[in-house]
Design a protein around this ligand. Structure first.
Ligand code: AMP
Ligand code: MG
Length: 308
C-alpha cells in the first residue's frame, strides 16, 4: 500500500523545499550555458522500441500501444546518435526509468525514476567533451552560489569553486588503489571532482568506443564528485561504424535481432560523436549537500519502493 501520510510528510520537508529552489536555478543555469555554447534542446523520448540495453541488471519497462511493444527510456543514447545527424550539438533533460536492485534503496544515490542532462556532440573526441564537462560543472557551481545564496545558507552548504582542469585516474589505477568497489572510496578521498577514464570493455555497454590500438579498453569516462558523493556523470566516444557495432553486440552476447532497427540506422551512416549523461538529482544532492537523494524531487521513488 502507498503510505499517503509519508508522501504528505515528504512534500512538506523544508530541506526538500530548499533543494527544489536550488534545482530550479541549476536547470536554468545549465540551459543558459548550453544555449550559449550553441546547443539545441530536444524534448525527451519517453517510449521507443529502442533504448539503452543496460544489460547488467536493469529489467525492461514495457508498454504496449496498438499491439506494438515500446520500451520505457533507460537512456536516450541511440536517439542522441541519431539526433546529431540533424544537429551538431544537442542536449535534453531526459527522464529515465531503471529498475535498480532493491538493495540500493538506501544508497542515498539511486532512484528508479530520475532525469539526466543528456548531451552529445557530433565529431567530438572524449577530450573535447571532458573540457566541456569541466566548463559546465565549474560554471554551474560558481553560478549557483550567486543565484541560490540564501537557500544554500539555509541548507548549511558551503561550496568552493572548482577550477578546471580536474585530475584523471584510469579505471585500472582506481582498482589498484582502492579495490574493485572503489567509487565511494575514491570520491571520499578527493577535494575536487576527478575523471575516471578508460573503462574495461566487460563492464560497459556496447556503444562506448574501444580504442583502435588498445583492445578491451574504452575511450570513455565518469566524473566523480568529491566528498564521497560518488558518480556525477558517465560518457565517452561512441562506436559509429556498423561493423564495429555488430562486433561489439556479438561480444556482449546480445541477440542482434533485438537491435535490428539500430543496426539499420548504423548502416545508413552514423557520425562519430561523444557526449555524456549527468544526473540532475545527484547534482542537486551534491550542490545542496544532502545525504538522501529522495530529498531532491517530489515523488522520489527509491529502488524496491512503491509510491506516488
Ligand atoms: P549512466 O549512463 O548509467 O552512468 O547514467 C548517467 C548518469 O545518470 C549517472 O552518472 C548518474 O548521475 C545518473 N544516474 C544513473 N542512474 C541513476 C539512478 N538510479 N538514480 C539517480 N541518478 C542516476
Ligand atoms: Mg555511469
Amino acid at each position: 500500500m502507498i503510505d499517503i501520510s509519508q508522501v504528505l510528510q515528504d512534500i512538506s520537508s523544508s530541506e526538500l523545499h530548499q533543494a527544489i529552489q536550488v534545482q530550479t536555478k541549476l536547470v536554468s543555469l545549465i540551459r543558459e550555458i548550453l544555449v550559449r555554447e550553441k546547443f539545441v534542446e530536444l524534448l525527451p523520448v519517453i517510449i521507443s522500441p529502442l533504448t539503452d540495453p543496460l544489460t547488467d541488471f536493469r529489467v525492461r519497462g514495457e508498454v504496449e500501444c496498438y499491439g506494438f511493444k515500446y520500451q520505457i527510456t533507460k537512456s536516450m543514447i541511440f536517439h542522441k546518435q541519431m539526433a546529431v545527424k540533424a544537429f551538431p550539438r544537442i542536449f535534453c533533460f531526459s527522464p529515465n526509468v531503471r529498475i535498480e536492485p532493491a538493495e540500493r534503496r538506501d544508497s542515498g544515490r539511486h532512484l528508479i525514476e530520475f532525469v539526466q542532462l543528456d548531451l552529445e556532440v557530433r565529431g567530438a573526441t572524449r577530450e573535447e567533451v571532458i573540457e566541456l564537462g569541466e566548463k559546465l560543472f565549474s560554471n554551474v557551481i560558481e553560478g549557483i552560489k550567486g543565484l541560490a545564496g540564501p537557500e544554500l545558507t539555509e541548507l548549511g552548504r558551503k561550496l568552493p569553486n572548482f577550477t578546471p582542469p580536474f585530475e584523471r585516474i584510469t579505471y585500472e589505477e582506481a582498482v589498484k588503489t582502492y579495490g574493485e568497489d572503489f567509487e565511494l572510496k575514491l570520491s571520499s578521498s578527493v577535494k575536487k571532482p576527478v575523471w575516471l577514464v578508460d573503462f574495461p570493455i566487460e563492464i560497459r555497454e556496447f556503444y562506448d568506443r574501444e580504442y583502435g590500438d588498445r583492445p578491451g579498453i574504452l575511450v570513455d569516462m565518469d566524473l566523480i564528485y568529491p566528498e564521497g558523493y560518488g558518480e556525477a556523470l558517465s560518457g565517452g566516444e561512441r562506436e559509429y561504424q556498423v561493423e564495429r557495432i555488430q562486433e561489439r553486440i556479438r561480444k556482449k552476447g546480445i541477440d542482434p535481432e533485438a537491435y535490428t532497427i539500430y543496426l539499420k540506422l548504423a548502416e545508413s551512416g552514423l557520425y562519430p560523436s561523444a557526449g555524456f549523461g549527468f544526473g540532475i538529482e545527484r547534482l542537486t544532492r551534491f550542490v545542496c549537500g544532502l545525504g538522501d537523494i529522495g530529498r531532491t524531487r517530489l515523488f522520489a521513488k527509491k529502488p524496491g519502493q512503491f509510491t506516488l
